[in-house]
Design a protein around this ligand. Structure first.
Ligand code: TEU
Length: 541
Protein backbone atom coordinates (compact mmCIF):
# COMPACT_ATOMS: atom_id res chain seq x y z
CA UNK A 1 0.00 0.00 0.00
CA UNK A 2 1.50 3.37 -0.96
CA UNK A 3 2.25 5.38 2.18
CA UNK A 4 -0.20 8.10 1.18
CA UNK A 5 -3.06 5.58 1.01
CA UNK A 6 -2.54 4.36 4.58
CA UNK A 7 -6.03 5.42 5.62
CA UNK A 8 -7.89 3.44 2.95
CA UNK A 9 -7.52 0.16 4.80
CA UNK A 10 -6.40 1.39 8.20
CA UNK A 11 -7.46 0.23 11.66
CA UNK A 12 -8.21 3.38 13.64
CA UNK A 13 -8.64 3.39 17.41
CA UNK A 14 -10.81 5.99 19.10
CA UNK A 15 -9.34 7.27 22.35
CA UNK A 16 -11.71 8.97 24.76
CA UNK A 17 -9.02 10.89 26.67
CA UNK A 18 -11.13 11.42 29.76
CA UNK A 19 -11.45 7.66 30.20
CA UNK A 20 -8.35 6.03 28.75
CA UNK A 21 -5.60 6.33 31.36
CA UNK A 22 -5.07 8.67 34.29
CA UNK A 23 -1.41 9.42 35.01
CA UNK A 24 -1.79 12.19 37.59
CA UNK A 25 -4.29 10.37 39.80
CA UNK A 26 -7.22 12.81 39.73
CA UNK A 27 -9.68 10.20 38.45
CA UNK A 28 -9.79 11.69 34.95
CA UNK A 29 -7.72 10.43 32.03
CA UNK A 30 -4.96 12.57 30.58
CA UNK A 31 -2.50 12.72 27.73
CA UNK A 32 0.38 11.61 29.95
CA UNK A 33 -1.70 8.50 30.62
CA UNK A 34 -2.12 7.86 26.91
CA UNK A 35 1.64 8.19 26.42
CA UNK A 36 2.28 5.48 29.00
CA UNK A 37 -0.10 3.18 27.12
CA UNK A 38 1.32 3.57 23.62
CA UNK A 39 2.99 0.18 23.93
CA UNK A 40 -0.42 -1.41 24.49
CA UNK A 41 -1.80 0.33 21.39
CA UNK A 42 1.15 -0.65 19.31
CA UNK A 43 0.86 -4.30 20.39
CA UNK A 44 -2.84 -4.14 19.64
CA UNK A 45 -1.88 -3.32 16.07
CA UNK A 46 -3.71 -0.11 15.25
CA UNK A 47 -2.53 2.35 12.60
CA UNK A 48 -3.93 5.56 14.01
CA UNK A 49 -5.57 7.07 17.07
CA UNK A 50 -8.57 9.34 16.83
CA UNK A 51 -8.86 11.53 19.91
CA UNK A 52 -12.30 12.66 20.99
CA UNK A 53 -12.06 16.44 21.68
CA UNK A 54 -9.19 17.23 24.01
CA UNK A 55 -9.59 21.00 24.03
CA UNK A 56 -10.45 23.26 26.98
CA UNK A 57 -14.12 22.70 27.65
CA UNK A 58 -16.64 23.13 30.44
CA UNK A 59 -17.71 19.55 29.51
CA UNK A 60 -21.35 20.37 28.97
CA UNK A 61 -21.20 17.64 26.32
CA UNK A 62 -18.10 15.63 27.12
CA UNK A 63 -15.76 18.06 25.35
CA UNK A 64 -17.89 18.55 22.23
CA UNK A 65 -18.41 22.01 23.68
CA UNK A 66 -15.07 23.55 22.78
CA UNK A 67 -13.92 26.77 24.44
CA UNK A 68 -10.60 27.02 22.56
CA UNK A 69 -9.66 24.93 19.52
CA UNK A 70 -5.96 25.72 19.80
CA UNK A 71 -5.24 24.41 23.29
CA UNK A 72 -5.59 21.33 25.47
CA UNK A 73 -7.90 21.08 28.46
CA UNK A 74 -5.76 21.48 31.59
CA UNK A 75 -7.34 18.30 32.97
CA UNK A 76 -5.70 16.44 30.06
CA UNK A 77 -2.36 18.27 29.85
CA UNK A 78 -1.12 21.04 27.64
CA UNK A 79 -0.13 21.71 24.07
CA UNK A 80 3.46 20.57 24.56
CA UNK A 81 2.12 17.29 25.93
CA UNK A 82 -0.10 16.84 22.86
CA UNK A 83 2.85 17.52 20.58
CA UNK A 84 4.90 14.99 22.52
CA UNK A 85 2.12 12.44 22.25
CA UNK A 86 1.81 12.95 18.49
CA UNK A 87 5.58 12.47 18.18
CA UNK A 88 5.74 9.43 20.47
CA UNK A 89 2.88 7.78 18.66
CA UNK A 90 4.50 8.43 15.30
CA UNK A 91 7.69 6.86 16.63
CA UNK A 92 5.81 3.57 17.11
CA UNK A 93 4.10 3.84 13.74
CA UNK A 94 0.80 5.27 14.94
CA UNK A 95 -0.74 8.35 13.35
CA UNK A 96 -2.92 10.89 15.15
CA UNK A 97 -6.36 12.07 14.13
CA UNK A 98 -8.07 14.88 16.02
CA UNK A 99 -11.71 15.81 16.34
CA UNK A 100 -12.86 19.21 15.09
CA UNK A 101 -16.30 20.44 16.08
CA UNK A 102 -17.40 23.05 13.53
CA UNK A 103 -21.16 23.15 14.08
CA UNK A 104 -21.03 24.84 17.45
CA UNK A 105 -18.69 26.17 20.14
CA UNK A 106 -18.92 26.21 23.91
CA UNK A 107 -20.86 29.01 25.56
CA UNK A 108 -17.50 29.75 27.23
CA UNK A 109 -15.76 30.30 23.87
CA UNK A 110 -14.41 33.87 23.55
CA UNK A 111 -16.75 34.58 20.64
CA UNK A 112 -19.88 33.66 22.52
CA UNK A 113 -18.87 35.59 25.60
CA UNK A 114 -18.17 38.60 23.43
CA UNK A 115 -21.51 38.17 21.69
CA UNK A 116 -23.37 38.12 24.99
CA UNK A 117 -21.50 41.15 26.26
CA UNK A 118 -21.95 43.15 23.06
CA UNK A 119 -25.73 42.70 23.04
CA UNK A 120 -28.45 42.53 20.40
CA UNK A 121 -27.64 43.93 16.98
CA UNK A 122 -23.87 43.81 17.53
CA UNK A 123 -21.47 42.39 14.93
CA UNK A 124 -20.29 39.91 17.60
CA UNK A 125 -23.73 38.30 17.55
CA UNK A 126 -23.59 37.72 13.82
CA UNK A 127 -21.18 34.84 14.25
CA UNK A 128 -24.03 32.95 15.90
CA UNK A 129 -27.77 32.59 15.37
CA UNK A 130 -29.27 35.18 17.70
CA UNK A 131 -32.88 36.07 17.01
CA UNK A 132 -35.70 37.88 18.75
CA UNK A 133 -38.39 35.61 20.10
CA UNK A 134 -41.87 35.37 18.72
CA UNK A 135 -45.00 36.46 20.53
CA UNK A 136 -45.75 39.72 22.24
CA UNK A 137 -42.91 39.72 24.76
CA UNK A 138 -40.59 37.61 22.60
CA UNK A 139 -41.21 34.74 24.94
CA UNK A 140 -41.60 32.12 22.21
CA UNK A 141 -38.58 30.56 20.51
CA UNK A 142 -37.87 31.95 17.02
CA UNK A 143 -38.87 28.67 15.40
CA UNK A 144 -39.83 25.13 16.33
CA UNK A 145 -36.49 23.40 15.76
CA UNK A 146 -35.78 20.65 18.23
CA UNK A 147 -32.41 19.90 19.83
CA UNK A 148 -30.74 16.56 19.06
CA UNK A 149 -30.74 15.97 22.79
CA UNK A 150 -34.43 16.76 23.18
CA UNK A 151 -36.29 19.97 23.96
CA UNK A 152 -36.18 23.22 21.98
CA UNK A 153 -33.05 24.09 19.97
CA UNK A 154 -33.22 27.64 21.34
CA UNK A 155 -32.35 29.19 24.69
CA UNK A 156 -33.12 32.71 25.78
CA UNK A 157 -30.42 35.07 26.94
CA UNK A 158 -31.02 36.67 30.30
CA UNK A 159 -29.51 40.14 30.30
CA UNK A 160 -27.29 41.51 33.10
CA UNK A 161 -30.32 43.18 34.66
CA UNK A 162 -32.17 39.86 34.77
CA UNK A 163 -34.39 40.85 31.86
CA UNK A 164 -34.76 38.19 29.15
CA UNK A 165 -33.62 39.36 25.71
CA UNK A 166 -32.76 37.46 22.49
CA UNK A 167 -32.68 33.72 21.82
CA UNK A 168 -29.76 31.74 20.38
CA UNK A 169 -29.76 28.52 18.40
CA UNK A 170 -28.19 25.30 19.67
CA UNK A 171 -28.87 22.08 17.79
CA UNK A 172 -27.31 20.26 20.74
CA UNK A 173 -27.08 21.36 24.41
CA UNK A 174 -27.64 25.00 25.50
CA UNK A 175 -23.90 25.12 26.25
CA UNK A 176 -23.21 24.51 22.53
CA UNK A 177 -24.34 27.59 20.54
CA UNK A 178 -24.35 26.97 16.77
CA UNK A 179 -22.06 29.19 14.76
CA UNK A 180 -23.00 30.93 11.54
CA UNK A 181 -21.20 29.45 8.54
CA UNK A 182 -22.36 32.35 6.42
CA UNK A 183 -19.97 34.56 8.41
CA UNK A 184 -16.42 35.03 7.03
CA UNK A 185 -14.84 34.90 10.53
CA UNK A 186 -16.23 31.41 11.03
CA UNK A 187 -14.89 30.19 7.70
CA UNK A 188 -11.47 31.75 8.24
CA UNK A 189 -11.07 30.61 11.83
CA UNK A 190 -11.71 26.99 10.92
CA UNK A 191 -9.20 27.08 8.10
CA UNK A 192 -6.69 28.35 10.63
CA UNK A 193 -7.64 25.64 13.12
CA UNK A 194 -6.97 22.96 10.50
CA UNK A 195 -3.58 24.48 9.71
CA UNK A 196 -2.79 24.82 13.41
CA UNK A 197 -3.14 21.06 13.91
CA UNK A 198 -1.70 19.92 10.58
CA UNK A 199 1.33 22.04 11.48
CA UNK A 200 1.62 19.95 14.65
CA UNK A 201 1.79 16.73 12.71
CA UNK A 202 -1.72 15.35 12.86
CA UNK A 203 -2.58 12.98 10.04
CA UNK A 204 -6.28 13.62 9.93
CA UNK A 205 -9.33 15.43 11.15
CA UNK A 206 -12.59 13.83 12.22
CA UNK A 207 -15.33 16.34 11.50
CA UNK A 208 -18.11 16.34 14.08
CA UNK A 209 -21.75 16.59 12.98
CA UNK A 210 -20.46 17.30 9.49
CA UNK A 211 -23.86 17.48 7.79
CA UNK A 212 -25.37 20.12 10.07
CA UNK A 213 -23.18 23.24 9.78
CA UNK A 214 -24.95 25.10 7.01
CA UNK A 215 -28.35 26.62 7.70
CA UNK A 216 -31.07 28.25 5.66
CA UNK A 217 -30.62 31.77 7.01
CA UNK A 218 -34.36 32.38 7.01
CA UNK A 219 -34.53 29.64 9.67
CA UNK A 220 -37.83 28.22 8.46
CA UNK A 221 -39.63 25.58 10.48
CA UNK A 222 -39.04 21.99 9.46
CA UNK A 223 -42.27 20.94 7.77
CA UNK A 224 -42.85 17.21 7.44
CA UNK A 225 -39.92 15.34 5.93
CA UNK A 226 -38.24 17.75 3.55
CA UNK A 227 -36.92 16.36 0.26
CA UNK A 228 -33.22 15.46 0.27
CA UNK A 229 -31.21 18.66 0.05
CA UNK A 230 -34.16 20.82 1.09
CA UNK A 231 -33.86 20.57 4.86
CA UNK A 232 -33.21 23.92 6.62
CA UNK A 233 -30.12 22.57 8.41
CA UNK A 234 -29.30 19.02 7.36
CA UNK A 235 -27.09 18.29 4.34
CA UNK A 236 -27.26 21.70 2.70
CA UNK A 237 -25.45 22.37 -0.54
CA UNK A 238 -23.06 24.98 0.95
CA UNK A 239 -21.31 22.21 2.88
CA UNK A 240 -19.74 20.83 -0.27
CA UNK A 241 -17.78 24.03 -0.84
CA UNK A 242 -16.72 24.26 2.79
CA UNK A 243 -15.24 20.76 2.61
CA UNK A 244 -13.67 21.36 -0.80
CA UNK A 245 -11.71 24.22 0.73
CA UNK A 246 -10.75 22.03 3.71
CA UNK A 247 -9.62 19.36 1.26
CA UNK A 248 -7.31 21.84 -0.45
CA UNK A 249 -5.80 22.71 2.93
CA UNK A 250 -5.28 19.04 3.81
CA UNK A 251 -3.67 18.36 0.44
CA UNK A 252 -1.35 21.33 0.80
CA UNK A 253 0.23 19.34 3.66
CA UNK A 254 0.57 16.23 1.52
CA UNK A 255 -1.51 13.39 0.14
CA UNK A 256 -1.47 11.48 3.42
CA UNK A 257 -3.56 14.01 5.42
CA UNK A 258 -7.19 13.03 5.62
CA UNK A 259 -10.63 14.39 6.43
CA UNK A 260 -13.16 11.97 7.92
CA UNK A 261 -16.70 13.20 8.23
CA UNK A 262 -19.32 12.23 10.74
CA UNK A 263 -21.94 12.48 8.02
CA UNK A 264 -25.06 11.08 9.54
CA UNK A 265 -27.60 10.82 6.69
CA UNK A 266 -30.17 8.14 6.00
CA UNK A 267 -29.94 8.58 2.22
CA UNK A 268 -26.96 6.69 0.77
CA UNK A 269 -26.87 8.77 -2.41
CA UNK A 270 -26.71 12.01 -0.45
CA UNK A 271 -24.03 10.53 1.83
CA UNK A 272 -21.95 9.61 -1.22
CA UNK A 273 -21.77 13.23 -2.36
CA UNK A 274 -19.47 14.00 0.57
CA UNK A 275 -17.04 11.39 -0.72
CA UNK A 276 -16.70 12.65 -4.26
CA UNK A 277 -13.17 13.48 -5.41
CA UNK A 278 -12.09 16.79 -3.91
CA UNK A 279 -14.51 16.66 -0.99
CA UNK A 280 -13.94 14.40 2.07
CA UNK A 281 -11.64 11.38 2.06
CA UNK A 282 -13.89 9.22 4.19
CA UNK A 283 -17.06 9.26 6.27
CA UNK A 284 -18.35 6.96 8.95
CA UNK A 285 -20.69 4.24 7.79
CA UNK A 286 -23.16 3.68 10.62
CA UNK A 287 -25.37 1.30 8.61
CA UNK A 288 -23.38 -1.75 9.58
CA UNK A 289 -23.68 -0.85 13.25
CA UNK A 290 -27.44 -0.40 13.06
CA UNK A 291 -28.19 -3.41 10.85
CA UNK A 292 -30.11 -6.22 12.54
CA UNK A 293 -28.44 -9.60 13.16
CA UNK A 294 -29.97 -11.14 10.09
CA UNK A 295 -28.01 -12.50 7.13
CA UNK A 296 -30.14 -10.93 4.40
CA UNK A 297 -30.40 -7.51 6.00
CA UNK A 298 -26.74 -7.40 7.00
CA UNK A 299 -25.52 -8.52 3.60
CA UNK A 300 -27.81 -6.02 1.87
CA UNK A 301 -26.37 -3.28 4.05
CA UNK A 302 -22.80 -4.34 3.24
CA UNK A 303 -23.55 -4.52 -0.48
CA UNK A 304 -25.13 -1.11 -0.53
CA UNK A 305 -22.19 0.38 1.38
CA UNK A 306 -19.62 -1.14 -0.96
CA UNK A 307 -21.61 -0.16 -4.01
CA UNK A 308 -21.95 3.47 -2.96
CA UNK A 309 -18.26 3.76 -2.11
CA UNK A 310 -17.12 2.04 -5.30
CA UNK A 311 -19.05 4.51 -7.37
CA UNK A 312 -17.28 7.52 -5.85
CA UNK A 313 -13.92 5.79 -5.44
CA UNK A 314 -13.77 6.22 -1.66
CA UNK A 315 -12.95 3.35 0.70
CA UNK A 316 -15.76 2.14 2.95
CA UNK A 317 -15.49 2.48 6.72
CA UNK A 318 -16.76 -0.07 9.24
CA UNK A 319 -17.85 0.90 12.71
CA UNK A 320 -19.13 -1.33 15.48
CA UNK A 321 -19.06 1.23 18.25
CA UNK A 322 -18.15 4.74 19.33
CA UNK A 323 -18.73 7.01 22.32
CA UNK A 324 -22.35 7.68 21.32
CA UNK A 325 -23.75 4.17 21.16
CA UNK A 326 -24.55 1.23 23.37
CA UNK A 327 -21.60 -1.17 23.69
CA UNK A 328 -21.74 -3.99 21.10
CA UNK A 329 -21.82 -6.93 23.53
CA UNK A 330 -24.85 -5.38 25.22
CA UNK A 331 -26.49 -4.44 21.95
CA UNK A 332 -26.03 -7.78 20.22
CA UNK A 333 -27.46 -9.54 23.26
CA UNK A 334 -30.73 -7.67 22.88
CA UNK A 335 -33.72 -8.75 20.91
CA UNK A 336 -33.48 -5.66 18.73
CA UNK A 337 -29.80 -5.32 17.86
CA UNK A 338 -30.48 -2.38 15.57
CA UNK A 339 -30.96 -0.14 18.59
CA UNK A 340 -27.43 1.24 18.51
CA UNK A 341 -28.20 4.94 18.88
CA UNK A 342 -31.45 4.56 20.63
CA UNK A 343 -30.68 4.25 24.30
CA UNK A 344 -34.01 5.85 25.22
CA UNK A 345 -34.91 3.34 27.91
CA UNK A 346 -33.17 2.04 30.99
CA UNK A 347 -32.66 -1.65 31.52
CA UNK A 348 -33.49 -3.22 28.15
CA UNK A 349 -32.92 -6.96 28.74
CA UNK A 350 -29.72 -8.37 27.26
CA UNK A 351 -27.95 -11.72 27.15
CA UNK A 352 -24.26 -10.89 27.44
CA UNK A 353 -23.14 -14.40 26.46
CA UNK A 354 -25.03 -14.21 23.18
CA UNK A 355 -24.05 -10.57 22.78
CA UNK A 356 -20.38 -11.38 23.18
CA UNK A 357 -20.50 -14.22 20.66
CA UNK A 358 -22.23 -12.01 18.11
CA UNK A 359 -19.99 -9.02 18.79
CA UNK A 360 -16.95 -11.23 18.15
CA UNK A 361 -18.49 -12.49 14.93
CA UNK A 362 -19.51 -8.99 13.81
CA UNK A 363 -16.02 -7.64 14.45
CA UNK A 364 -14.30 -10.37 12.43
CA UNK A 365 -16.77 -9.88 9.59
CA UNK A 366 -16.22 -6.12 9.52
CA UNK A 367 -12.45 -6.40 9.76
CA UNK A 368 -12.42 -8.67 6.70
CA UNK A 369 -14.43 -6.26 4.54
CA UNK A 370 -12.78 -3.83 2.12
CA UNK A 371 -12.02 -0.51 3.77
CA UNK A 372 -11.00 1.00 7.09
CA UNK A 373 -12.05 -0.27 10.51
CA UNK A 374 -12.77 2.13 13.39
CA UNK A 375 -12.82 0.76 16.91
CA UNK A 376 -13.67 2.51 20.14
CA UNK A 377 -11.56 2.00 23.26
CA UNK A 378 -12.85 -0.91 25.32
CA UNK A 379 -14.46 -2.56 22.30
CA UNK A 380 -11.38 -4.78 22.13
CA UNK A 381 -12.06 -5.85 25.73
CA UNK A 382 -15.70 -6.67 25.01
CA UNK A 383 -16.84 -4.29 27.72
CA UNK A 384 -20.59 -4.28 28.28
CA UNK A 385 -22.56 -1.06 28.63
CA UNK A 386 -22.16 0.02 32.26
CA UNK A 387 -25.07 1.07 34.44
CA UNK A 388 -24.38 4.55 35.75
CA UNK A 389 -26.10 5.54 39.00
CA UNK A 390 -28.62 8.25 38.10
CA UNK A 391 -26.97 10.89 40.28
CA UNK A 392 -23.66 10.36 38.46
CA UNK A 393 -24.92 10.65 34.87
CA UNK A 394 -23.16 13.52 33.07
CA UNK A 395 -24.49 13.18 29.52
CA UNK A 396 -26.78 16.15 28.77
CA UNK A 397 -29.04 13.76 26.88
CA UNK A 398 -30.25 12.43 30.21
CA UNK A 399 -31.37 15.77 31.62
CA UNK A 400 -32.70 17.06 28.29
CA UNK A 401 -34.91 13.99 27.97
CA UNK A 402 -36.45 14.76 31.32
CA UNK A 403 -34.57 11.86 32.86
CA UNK A 404 -36.14 9.31 30.52
CA UNK A 405 -33.00 8.54 28.50
CA UNK A 406 -30.01 7.06 30.35
CA UNK A 407 -27.74 8.83 27.88
CA UNK A 408 -24.39 7.72 26.52
CA UNK A 409 -22.22 7.51 29.63
CA UNK A 410 -22.53 3.73 29.86
CA UNK A 411 -19.92 3.29 27.12
CA UNK A 412 -17.67 6.08 28.43
CA UNK A 413 -16.54 4.73 31.80
CA UNK A 414 -12.81 4.66 32.59
CA UNK A 415 -10.88 1.85 30.94
CA UNK A 416 -10.10 -1.20 33.11
CA UNK A 417 -6.40 -1.97 32.76
CA UNK A 418 -5.64 -4.40 35.58
CA UNK A 419 -6.56 -5.56 39.06
CA UNK A 420 -9.79 -6.82 40.52
CA UNK A 421 -11.57 -3.69 41.67
CA UNK A 422 -12.03 -0.03 40.71
CA UNK A 423 -10.12 1.87 39.48
CA UNK A 424 -8.68 -1.25 37.77
CA UNK A 425 -5.32 0.38 37.12
CA UNK A 426 -6.94 3.36 35.38
CA UNK A 427 -5.60 5.70 38.07
CA UNK A 428 -2.33 5.17 39.93
CA UNK A 429 -4.13 5.16 43.27
CA UNK A 430 -7.54 4.50 44.74
CA UNK A 431 -9.66 7.42 43.67
CA UNK A 432 -13.25 8.07 42.67
CA UNK A 433 -13.06 8.13 38.88
CA UNK A 434 -15.10 10.79 37.03
CA UNK A 435 -17.64 8.15 36.09
CA UNK A 436 -17.83 5.17 38.43
CA UNK A 437 -16.62 1.83 37.08
CA UNK A 438 -18.76 -1.24 37.74
CA UNK A 439 -17.65 -3.86 40.24
CA UNK A 440 -16.96 -7.26 38.76
CA UNK A 441 -14.84 -6.13 35.80
CA UNK A 442 -11.72 -7.93 37.05
CA UNK A 443 -11.91 -10.57 34.34
CA UNK A 444 -12.43 -7.94 31.63
CA UNK A 445 -9.26 -5.93 32.25
CA UNK A 446 -6.58 -5.73 29.58
CA UNK A 447 -4.17 -7.53 31.91
CA UNK A 448 -6.61 -10.36 32.62
CA UNK A 449 -7.26 -10.94 28.93
CA UNK A 450 -3.72 -10.59 27.60
CA UNK A 451 -2.37 -14.00 26.67
CA UNK A 452 -5.73 -15.73 27.01
CA UNK A 453 -6.40 -17.12 23.53
CA UNK A 454 -10.16 -17.20 24.08
CA UNK A 455 -10.39 -13.54 25.09
CA UNK A 456 -11.84 -10.66 23.12
CA UNK A 457 -8.52 -8.83 23.40
CA UNK A 458 -6.54 -11.65 21.80
CA UNK A 459 -9.15 -11.99 19.05
CA UNK A 460 -8.74 -8.29 18.24
CA UNK A 461 -4.95 -8.49 18.43
CA UNK A 462 -4.86 -11.41 16.02
CA UNK A 463 -7.32 -9.83 13.63
CA UNK A 464 -5.62 -6.44 13.65
CA UNK A 465 -2.24 -8.08 13.13
CA UNK A 466 -3.56 -10.03 10.15
CA UNK A 467 -5.07 -6.86 8.71
CA UNK A 468 -1.54 -5.51 8.67
CA UNK A 469 0.18 -8.65 7.45
CA UNK A 470 -2.18 -10.03 4.83
CA UNK A 471 -2.14 -8.05 1.60
CA UNK A 472 -5.65 -9.32 0.82
CA UNK A 473 -7.14 -7.40 3.75
CA UNK A 474 -7.80 -3.69 3.99
CA UNK A 475 -8.96 -1.81 0.93
CA UNK A 476 -9.67 -3.67 -2.31
CA UNK A 477 -12.25 -5.91 -3.91
CA UNK A 478 -14.46 -8.68 -2.58
CA UNK A 479 -16.06 -11.69 -4.23
CA UNK A 480 -19.18 -13.15 -2.63
CA UNK A 481 -19.17 -16.91 -2.03
CA UNK A 482 -22.16 -19.21 -2.03
CA UNK A 483 -21.65 -22.04 0.43
CA UNK A 484 -24.64 -24.02 -0.79
CA UNK A 485 -28.34 -24.50 -0.13
CA UNK A 486 -27.92 -25.05 3.61
CA UNK A 487 -26.08 -21.78 3.97
CA UNK A 488 -28.78 -19.22 3.20
CA UNK A 489 -28.10 -17.47 6.50
CA UNK A 490 -24.36 -17.37 6.00
CA UNK A 491 -22.36 -14.41 4.75
CA UNK A 492 -19.23 -15.55 2.91
CA UNK A 493 -16.77 -13.84 0.62
CA UNK A 494 -13.29 -14.10 -0.78
CA UNK A 495 -10.57 -11.47 -0.67
CA UNK A 496 -7.98 -12.40 -3.27
CA UNK A 497 -7.62 -16.05 -4.32
CA UNK A 498 -7.06 -17.70 -0.97
CA UNK A 499 -8.48 -15.59 1.83
CA UNK A 500 -12.13 -16.13 2.76
CA UNK A 501 -14.35 -14.90 5.57
CA UNK A 502 -17.49 -16.71 6.69
CA UNK A 503 -20.11 -15.53 9.20
CA UNK A 504 -22.83 -17.86 10.38
CA UNK A 505 -26.05 -16.04 11.26
CA UNK A 506 -28.19 -19.16 11.21
CA UNK A 507 -29.11 -20.85 14.45
CA UNK A 508 -27.07 -23.99 13.71
CA UNK A 509 -23.49 -24.96 12.78
CA UNK A 510 -22.58 -24.84 9.08
CA UNK A 511 -19.93 -26.70 7.08
CA UNK A 512 -16.93 -24.66 6.05
CA UNK A 513 -15.54 -25.24 2.55
CA UNK A 514 -13.70 -28.57 2.39
CA UNK A 515 -9.94 -28.28 2.69
CA UNK A 516 -9.99 -24.77 4.08
CA UNK A 517 -7.57 -23.96 6.90
CA UNK A 518 -8.92 -21.79 9.71
CA UNK A 519 -6.69 -18.77 10.22
CA UNK A 520 -8.78 -17.19 12.94
CA UNK A 521 -12.24 -17.82 14.31
CA UNK A 522 -14.50 -16.07 16.78
CA UNK A 523 -15.53 -19.44 18.29
CA UNK A 524 -14.00 -22.92 18.22
CA UNK A 525 -14.41 -24.69 14.88
CA UNK A 526 -14.84 -28.43 15.32
CA UNK A 527 -15.04 -31.04 12.58
CA UNK A 528 -14.92 -28.32 9.92
CA UNK A 529 -18.16 -26.83 11.21
CA UNK A 530 -18.60 -23.17 12.16
CA UNK A 531 -20.92 -22.71 15.15
CA UNK A 532 -23.93 -20.41 15.10
CA UNK A 533 -23.22 -16.70 15.69
CA UNK A 534 -19.57 -17.06 14.72
CA UNK A 535 -17.14 -15.89 12.04
CA UNK A 536 -14.04 -17.54 10.65
CA UNK A 537 -11.18 -16.34 8.48
CA UNK A 538 -9.99 -19.06 6.14
CA UNK A 539 -7.06 -19.91 3.94
CA UNK A 540 -8.61 -21.68 0.97
CA UNK A 541 -5.22 -23.06 -0.02
O1 TEU B 1 -22.68 13.41 17.35
C1 TEU B 1 -23.54 13.92 16.38
C2 TEU B 1 -24.72 13.09 16.26
O2 TEU B 1 -25.06 12.64 15.20
C3 TEU B 1 -25.47 12.88 17.51
O3 TEU B 1 -26.57 13.71 17.47
C4 TEU B 1 -25.94 11.52 17.68
O4 TEU B 1 -27.00 11.31 16.81
C5 TEU B 1 -26.39 11.40 19.10
O5 TEU B 1 -25.24 11.26 19.89
C6 TEU B 1 -27.35 10.26 19.22
O6 TEU B 1 -27.07 9.42 20.25
C7 TEU B 1 -21.53 14.14 17.59
C8 TEU B 1 -20.71 13.51 18.68
O7 TEU B 1 -20.29 12.23 18.29
C9 TEU B 1 -21.51 13.51 19.95
O8 TEU B 1 -20.79 12.90 21.00
C10 TEU B 1 -21.80 14.94 20.31
O9 TEU B 1 -22.65 14.96 21.42
C11 TEU B 1 -22.47 15.69 19.17
O10 TEU B 1 -21.80 15.48 17.94
C12 TEU B 1 -22.43 17.17 19.42
O11 TEU B 1 -21.15 17.67 19.24
Amino acid sequence: VPEQDWWRGASIYQVYPRSFADADGDGTGDLAGVRTRLAYLSTLGVDALWFTPWYPSPMADGGYDVADYRAIDPQFGNLAEAEGLIRDAAAVGIRTIIDVVPNHVSDQHAWFRAALAAGPGSPERERFWFRDGRGEDGGLAPNGWVSEFGGPAWSRVIGPDGVPEQWYLHLFAPGQPDINWGHPDVVRDHEEILRFWFDRGVAGIRIDSAALLAKDERLPDVVGRPDPGEHPYVDREDLQDIYRSWRRIAESYGPDRVLIGEVWLPDAERFARYLRPGVLHAAFNFDYMTAPWDAKALRASIEQTLDVHDRVGAPATWVLSNHDVTRPVTRYGREDTAFAFDTKRFGIPTDLGLGTRRARAAALLAMALPGAYYLFQGEELGLPEADIPIDRIEDPMHARSGGVDPGRDGCRVPFPWSGTEPPYGFSPRRVDTWLPQPVGWGSLTAAAQAGDPGSMLELYRSALRMRRELPELGDGALTWLDLGPDAADVIAFRRGDRFAAVTNLSGAPVDLPAGARVRLASAPVEGGRLPADASAWLDLG
